[in-house]
Design a protein around this ligand. Structure first.
Ligand code: SAH
Length: 452
């Protein structure tokens, strides 16, 4: 029996969701993954193959709707692909996320664990404080911005996004209009022609400050001064404008070189009672409402004592370590990105926190050195990027023997892999998912561990 031919149709029922949020259907011996189908949906599905030859299904008709379905607020969520869950009720999204974390521990970590219910938002919309959009130009010369359709470089025009800070809308519209009238060309990736590649907007929740980063292909561009002046005049919440130059053919949005065109080059935001400066290249959590919940859970799991020495690895602008500082004797932080370390040191000063040290280094190399020098660490916070930590870091962790480890993760698959790696020495005390990314299948998780 060969593979089913592309185009053949079948009637089926969706029984589950994958890790990425695709509907799972069974058809004979084949398991078919279908975008936009949810458990309880039934319908007609057509077999298809991706360019890499992977079998998937395309829904052509829905005959029965899942009770968890809702009308999506965003009418272009099908085309944009950024919000795979706009059509799924919020309670069902939260249930999916807890189950997903448990499943990854079972599949990847070969561990059977208890996972707490995922903590959600009261209003799970308009939460993102960081917005980045590419620009395009239609045949009539109108400049538009939007999102890349998943897996492509086709820009889906977006005029209203339901998960982003609402203040971004006016800035983006104004930027499009100004580019059009000043004849500033959007950058065309295929032809490698044009000026502005992306606009990155960062909005503070508490200070009403907004940063705009104009990502350009070349260092200088015509009408730069006038463009910035007009943009700031029309959108007075913009407190700083930075130009970032990215001349490479790459999917990475930001380049190395930057000029501050207006203001201080950073904005301020408040989290858990502390004030933070954030510059363009520094990592900052994208859902400020749930970040406070996340950090609260991380502090709870850390069970801090006044005599503790805490270590914050992958620390960004120092948020977790600085929030912990008042409850411990000393905090040591390590972060790879120099701009973030600069922000972190400033953030300790601005909050008058003296018992805080921050280093710019690779977390694993730093950790290995700490273990070799037999430094005393009582609590370790670790919050690595999606790819998780590595064996060097985890081996050094086991050697360093902190009594408590709090692992904050935005990818529960690498989280499960890393926790499984240290499970001989550390036992899990709690696994708490937090919904940092409503309307999407992504989930953030805080795991509290104690040395055996
Ligand atoms: N804890 C912070 C940042 C988490 S994001 C917060 O809550 O905001 C992960 C951070 O790890 C990013 O700031 C990234 O720059 C940093 N990072 C990535 N690889 C690293 C490495 N090898 N060593 C140290 N830091 C790294």
């Amino acid at each position: 029996m060969g593979k089913p031919p592309a185009g053949r149709k079948f009637e089926g029922a969706c029984v589950d969701l994958t890790y990425e949020g695709l509907g799972v259907l069974k058809q004979g011996k084949d398991v078919v993954f279908v975008e936009g189908m949810f458990p309880g949906d039934e319908g007609e599905v057509e077999f298809s193959y991706s360019r890499a030859g992977q079998l998937f299904g395309r829904v052509t008709k829905l005959t029965k709707l899942s009770p968890d379905r809702i009308d999506p607020r965003c009418k272009i969520c099908h085309a944009c692909g950024g919000c795979a869950f706009q059509q799924l009720s919020y309670p069902a999204q939260l249930t999916f996320k807890s189950k997903k974390v448990k499943e990854q521990f079972r599949k990847v970590g070969k561990m059977d664990v208890d996972v707490l219910p995922c903590l959600g938002m009261k209003t799970p919309y308009f939460y993102r404080n960081k917005i980045q959009m590419p620009f395009g130009k239609d045949r009539r010369g109108h400049v538009y911005c939007g999102f890349y359709k998943a897996g492509t470089h086709i820009i889906v025009p977006v005029t209203k996004c339901y998960i982003e800070d609402e203040r971004a809308e006016k800035i983006l519209k104004t930027a499009c209009r100004l580019m059009e009238s000043m004849r500033i060309e959007p950058y065309d990736e295929d032809r490698r022609f044009g000026v502005i590649r992306h606009l990155l907007i960062r909005a503070s929740r508490t200070s009403n400050e907004i940063m705009v980063v104009i990502v350009t292909a070349k260092d200088s561009f015509p009408s730069r001064g006038n463009f910035v002046k007009a943009l700031v005049k029309e959108c007075p919440d913009i407190k700083t404008v930075v130009q970032n130059i990215n001349s490479r053919a790459t999917n990475v949005i930001l380049g190395e070189k930057e000029h501050i065109l207006f203001g201080r080059g950073y904005i301020e935001d408040t989290l858990c009672g502390l004030s933070f400066q954030i510059s363009s290249k520094s990592f900052y959590q994208t859902n400020p409402v749930m970040t406070e919940v996340l950090y609260g859970k991380a502090m709870e799991a850390a069970k801090l004592k006044k005599t503790d020495i805490a270590f914050d690895a992958y620390s960004g602008i120092g948020t977790i370590g600085l929030i912990a500082a008042k409850d411990v004797k000393k905090v040591i932080s390590v972060e790879l990105v120099r701009a973030a370390v600069k922000d972190g040191i400033k953030n300790a000063e601005r909050n008058h926190i003296p018992n805080f040290e921050m280093y710019c280094d690779d977390a694993s190399s730093f950790m290995v050195r700490m273990a070799e020098q037999r430094q005393k660490v009582d609590v370790l916070f670790m919050d690595p990027p999606r790819k998780g930590s590595d064996k060097r870091f985890l081996d050094a962790l086991i050697k360093l023997k902190p009594e408590r480890v709090v692992y904050v993760s935005c990818d529960c698959s690498t989280l499960a892999r890393d926790v499984a790696y240290i499970q001989k020495s550390y036992q899990i005390e709690s696994i708490q998912p937090v919904d940092m990314f409503p309307q999407t299948p992504h989930v953030e998780t805080v795991v509290g561990l104690r040395r055996k």
